[in-house]
Design a binder for this molecule. Sequence first.
Ligand SMILES: [Zn+2]
Length: 173
Amino acid sequence: MTDHRGWTHCPRCKTDLAFGPIAGEEQDRLNCSGCELVLYDNPAPTSCAVIVRNGRLMLTLRGIEPHKGDWDLPGGYIEVGEHPEEALVREMREETGLEVEITGMLGIFLDTYGDGGTDTLNICYEAGVKGGEEAPASDVIAIGWFSPDEIPANLAFRNTREALDAWLAKGRD
Ligand SMILES: [Zn+2]
């Protein structure tokens, strides 16, 4: 039995999973011989943003593991049927109380959600604040606004650092 993230049984019909060829694909996949479910193990998409106001960018202090107590770019997982832009606006309302307006695309950054965690594909925008009352909520315990030379060292994820580096590299005055 090959160990694929510890997945051993089909989540739909409970048959033992096997890793091997499936119809119409070059690449072997973890699959179920009982109901033909294929577990593609794709990365989970998230939406986040560098949000700037008065020359300072917003970071959120994580209140949950992984990386509880480290600073993160605000954002979260995208729901089924939700556009990444909608996900960002929703997450900002939930986590920060702020209404944001997307101003551009920063980039896409690959990562994992903590050591050995889910693979993530992090879609990062640039955005500004257009309203709302700032109030940390959900898994965020504090909101901080940092000038580019004050960015804290304890950033939560590799993709947080990469997104900020990409933003800094675009050149600000
Ligand atoms: Zn099955």
